[in-house]
Write a protein of this length. Sequence first.
Length: 315
Amino acid sequence: MKPLVIVNPRSQGGKTGRIAGELVRVLSARIGEVEVRTTERPRHATELAEHAALEGRDLVVVVGGDGSINEAANGLCAARARVTTLPKLGIIGQGTGGDFRKTLGLEHRLDRYCDAIAGGKTRGVDVGRFRYRTRAGEERSAYFVNILSLGLGGLADRYVAESGRPLGGAVAYFTASVRALANIEVGVLRCTVKHAGTTRELELPTRMLAICNGRFFGGGMEVAPMAEPDDGTFHVVSLGAAPKVEFFFASLSIYRGTHLNNPNAAVFPCNAIDIALENERIRDNFPLDVDGEPLGTLPLSIELVPRALDVFVPG
């Protein structure tokens, strides 16, 4: 069957919809005739990608941002148990942050995205399968491919989403992060951490915790410089519970990837983690950020699924 191209026309403030025809024309010139579907509502890319897998397509290409990539990955992962082979995933980045493609080494140029897809080299990436609670209190499950964070990152993401992202990339996220810092409280997290066959319990006071499969989030913040999306390990990064002014200046170093030198920071590996919030009163103000999109609250249970997706990368 033809490759399926899933286009989010609302990404980049609607620019993607205006140039989608040209993007598809350039891609088709490299890989042949494709079928194009445009997303019409939230989570539509999940439905389209899952259906593409069940149809037996070999290739799904996402044209959009980190949120669109997350949706497509969720659709493919949802189909894993019902198919022999999943479609390979191609990325044409057209979003605000572009964080996952940075970890994959994809340069933000249309010809480079097409080169990677046409070149045929893939990387088997891990995904995180997690259970969480919606703001209405319902239990749900989903997947992430890049980074799931709690607290400051989730609150900043909520503000970015509410603002409509009038500014681009790092500016939008930095502005939202400053606002979030003014409102975030210290969450006292009770964690059950599993790694390499061992289990341990810990209590962790923090304003932000990130469970990292990739290196970047928030429009270019290098929160986990050591992370590799195919190493079978999540790197958990806590920025600690310092007073807000101290926390603000320390967190600026995330853009340089040097924040881990701060004595308030903590890093540890895991293959699975359960997280509950001891100070329940702040639950609605300590939300999840999942691959750049706000989604639900604690408690949270995460497990790593090794090399669940094959994603095209530079040759």
